[in-house]
Design a protein around this ligand. Sequence first.
Ligand code: DQA
Length: 147
Amino acid sequence: IDVLVLNGPNLNLLGTREPGIYGSDTLASIEQQTQQVATTLGVTTTWEQSNHEGTLVDLIHDARGKFKGIVINAGAYTHTSVAIRDALKGVGIPFVEVHISNVHAREEFRAHSYLSDIADAIIVGAGPLGYELAIRTLAPRLVDPPK
Ligand code: DQA
């Protein structure tokens, strides 16, 4: 099973960005830790990060036929992007929404997500572990049904 892990704007700054909120792990180290666990579940992960809304839309389109599931931390686009919502809906690939921080305990504008009501699951505030939890959630749901 192959899962696309998609990270949106500013997540390339993890490690140095507001460490009080996002911790000190880099995206590369989160990827490494998560992949280790994913392997034990029979899941391979492909990681992409972009600061550009249209690129994220393209990556979601390209996932069709390639990936059985998507884990997405859309960063700030979570709160603004109808385009990313439509892309996820358009390809119909099961996805889990992840936020490292607890978006409900921060500014009010972070409480609304354009993705949550169409997500299979939402994991917020679990820190970098959220990515692993997302894959643990997705994996059993992506198994091909018995013939
Ligand atoms: C975030 C939360 C968003 O509100 C913020 O814009 C981010 C990161 C998180 O992982 O906690 O960039 O998605």
